[in-house]
Design a protein around this ligand. Sequence first.
Ligand code: HEM
Length: 504
Amino acid sequence: MWAFVVVFCALVLIYWWKNFARIPGPNFPNGPLGLPLIGYVPVFTEKNILVGLDKAHDQYGEVMSVNLGPSPRMVIIGDYQVLKEVFKEESSTFRPVEMNWGNAYFRSGNGYDSRGLLFSQGQEWTEQRRFALRRLRDFGMGKSSMEELIQEEIRQLCQKLDKQLNQPLKVDLTYNLSVVNALWTVITGSRLSLDDPKLIELVVKIDELMEMSGNVNLVQMFPWTRHIIPELSGWNKSKEIMYGLINFVAKDIKEHQDNFEANKEMLQENPNDFIDAFLAKIQESPESSSFHGQLGINNLKAGLLDLLFAGIETTSTALCWSTLYMIKYPDIQRKVQNEIFKYVGKSRPVNLDDKPNLPFTEAVIQEVLRITCIGPLGIPHCAQTDIKVGNLWIPQGTSIMPNLHRITRNPAAFPEPNNFKPERFLDSQGKYCKIESNIPFSIGKRDCLGKSLALAELFLFFASLMQRYSFKSVHDDLSRVDLEPKVNFTQAPQPFDVIISKLE
Ligand code: HEM
């Protein structure tokens, strides 16, 4: 009996060593040895995963490999130049199969393929991404421009804030509703009131999905546990949240389909919104296309979920961070306000054309994005074929994780990286100057699809709020303003109160 146990354990260890722990070749990045099943332990024992990875980078270099959980070694890149070269490769635009099985299960029903934008692969991803990029750029689709839509959201947000002045206020949900609504209007063509229960339901569902994705639950690590302990493993909860969201968008898609059928000729030429444009695309697509028939509808549902999931929490979290940094650094807040008063004044709304005249405001936004790095580890990629960059070799099938947090805190590019210093983005004449390696949106062929929209939203929301209001901490002692992030799938501020008063 004991002999059998010993042989069995030895075989498991050999399997683990060969397939998971071993460094596969001389030019593969080195890294710490992870334990079977749980992987690299400091990820769980340090304050958060970023601190754990920082320690490993300090020891093994900016490009290293590590086991995270029960998965094989993945390559983690914390060097800007290397990441730029690797993510330039077409072969690195794939996603690891093991990370999206659950997602594929919900959205295509077979557990193998994944639709939409975040997790699709190859030709399907190229087609879906190209379409979404173009349609987001068109925004408003001929009816009203993207900027007008955002300006309307800002007007509604200010009306709401005006009713809650001079008292402690949590702004996260309020910002979230406004940012959701801007995207929802582009997608569905209709704006909701900020108190609309439908809008609140959507925000709550996306929050739940975000929290679920950020928490390491058993079913994510060991998918088979769903058959044995569906409740305990987190499977039932995942299903409930995911199906809730899918049904939410499915209702709007159905309404659009009915309307499209009734007004086909007109909408085919002049779609009102993202969903109409997608339905028009479905009509004209051949069988070989990922827009054709039921596959097209599945891609529409999954793509909408992806836009909402990736586009809402991230942007409103960035707005919350900028508010928190302004209450922590009132001098910087005043400097932003003075710049806006000088170039825009107090009454005319700020618009995107004002950007070149507001270099300090722009520098503050870039510094907030850098220091808070909202998606610190991006989304993992996977090498579809062997990738060779300089001496580095990444074999086919290896997962690649960009450590954006590490890159945006590199002291060579950002001296005193842990200090909030917007001036680093200004030249000697006070003009805004870009720093190439500030990449909170990742880089390369599969970088953030919503980067332009996010930057436009952040500039308009932030500058407009700074023009109208002063933001103050509830604490007289500003050392009590906590900038420590809650590290999840994203880095968000701890819940905080702010006192907003109107600027005269
Ligand atoms: C401050 C705001 C935002 C930040 C920091 C951010 C960051 C990121 C990052 C780091 C990635 C991973 C890129 C990679 O795989 O290498 C990503 C992907 C993505 N983002 Fe964003 N994002 C933001 C806002 C938005 C917005 C507003 C939208 C949509 C309207 C959006 C849609 C997406 C999509 C669809 C992807 C997946 C792209 C693909 O797989 O091809 N994001 N984002």
